[in-house]
Design a protein around this ligand. Structure first.
Ligand code: HAM
Length: 403
């Protein structure tokens, strides 16, 4: 038997209901915040991710589904959504047009990671990206929007925030950190040794316990911010305080992608095991320029839908639509025609098999139908059908042609 590839799952039945429920809620919230839907291709030039997510990141260094296509192009399946949205933004010349552009998207992302609970090779993100707003208030709005989506889905969270500084303060901090880590270079893991040469601040989120212990006394980014970054971080905290959004400051939160500066944040859940990050994002003011666009401030986040699935509290599903059953073989044709007519406006479940009342009611319950009607020879003779409301048990008899 051919099975799906490791870390790549089917989504069907009840999972699919949760999945679409989440997309509906998240899209509704994003629209309320003034965001517009965008869809970008699953496949992009590999160079796009190398230049944006960064060659030093695990995503680009180890996890890309990269291959040469039949036209000899070096392409890869997108490991995340931001780079493609930025490419589209520049390609459509929206950077040159100026103004504010806000997008939301959802779809499959691909990372060749070691599969485990909450970590897949094909997973789904819901993400938002905002271009053209050079104000930390936009960052706070992003965080509030993400919190709104989680709250509407009944999902508890812990929010962690940090500031990564900007081109004024980050280089000095990086030098201080490198000096600190060089003092214990013999004891750090091989990944951190590599990070020292490529992107030193990534050592801070190394998962190796020994490294974490060594870095406990490392200089803190938050203590090295320039006046502008410090004042922005203070404003961000105030807006979150004013709006009742609890947060923790995590000075080691540096995010796994290279494009961030200033605000970085992650939402985590304590109820889903070790892969606890349910959403993450931040400001990326340099990325549009890195990808040859006109310098444009930007900020965004993405949520991992599979990690949210088991946390979503679905509203109690109410009965909906019609169930029409045939009482004998001769009435099946009429059942099909009536369902065809009714489906212009309502959800209709039918059963072609002639069955008795008890079995049809079971079918209506399974379909969670609100209205129930059966068609047999009596109905054909009288030209009337009785529709039962399965919620309040009332009945109404109507002419078949008015159904
Ligand atoms: P990220 O933190 O790499 O950020 O991914 C966002 C979310 O995707 C994570 O918090 C997690 O819930 C989910 N996720 C990541 N990898 C996996 C996996 N292998 N299996 C299941 N879920 C996963 C980004 O991707 C950025 N593009 C977010 C962003 C948007 N920043 C600015 N704008």
């Amino acid at each position: 038997m051919i099975k799906s590839l490791r870390g790549m799952n089917d989504i069907l039945s009840e999972d699919y209901e949760r999945f679409t429920y989440f997309i509906d809620v998240a899209s509704d919230v994003a629209k309320k915040y003034g965001f517009h839907f965008i869809e970008t291709p699953l496949l992009e030039e590999t160079a796009l991710f190398k230049r944006s997510v960064g060659e030093s990141s695990d995503i680009v260094g180890k996890e890309m589904y990269q291959f040469t296509d039949k036209g000899e192009n070096d392409v890869c399946l997108r490991p995340e959504g931001t780079a493609g949205v930025v490419r589209a933004f520049i390609q459509k010349k929206l950077d040159k047009a100026g103004g504010i552009h806000r997008f939301f998207y959802y779809g499959s992302m691909f990372r060749y990671e070691r599969p485990q609970k909450g970590r897949l090779r094909q997973f789904h993100q819901f993400g938002v990206e905002s271009f053209g707003v050079d104000s930390v208030y936009e960052d706070s709005i992003m965080i509030m929007m993400c919190a709104d989506i989680l709250e509407r889905c009944g999902i508890g969270y812990r929010l962690q925030i940090n500031s990564l500084g900007d081109s004024n303060c980050m280089p000095q901090y990086r030098d201080n950190l490198v000096s600190f880590v060089k003092n214990c270079e013999d004891e750090i893991c091989e990944d951190c040794k590599r990070r020292l040469d490529t992107n030193p601040i990534r050592v801070l989120d190394c998962k190796n316990d020994k490294c974490q212990k060594l870095y406990e006394n490392a200089p803190k980014l938050i203590n090295s911010l320039c006046d502008g970054c410090e004042s922005d971080f203070t404003k961000l905290k105030k807006v979150l305080d004013d709006n009742g959004i609890n947060y923790e400051i995590d000075t080691n939160l540096v995010r796994g992608l290279d494009y961030y500066s200033k605000t970085a944040f992650e939402f985590v859940s304590d109820n889903i095991g070790s892969q606890s990050a349910i959403a993450g994002g931040g400001r990326y003011d340099r990325l549009v320029e890195f990808l040859d666009g006109k310098p444009t401030p930007a900020v965004g986040f993405a949520m991992g839908i599979e990690r949210l699935m088991e946390l979503i509290v679905m509203p109690e599903s109410s009965r909906d639509g019609y169930y029409i059953g045939a009482m004998d073989e001769e009435t099946v044709d009429l059942v099909i025609s009536l369902a065809h007519k009714k489906r212009k406006t309502d959800k209709v479940t039918i059963d072609y098999k002639a069955k008795n009342f008890k079995n049809h009611i079971k079918g209506a319950d399974k379909a969670n139908a609100k209205y129930f009607c059966l068609i047999g020879s009596n109905e054909i003779d009288s030209g009337e059908i009785t529709i039962k409301n399965l919620d309040d048990k009332t009945e109404e008899t109507i002419k078949i042609e008015t159904f």
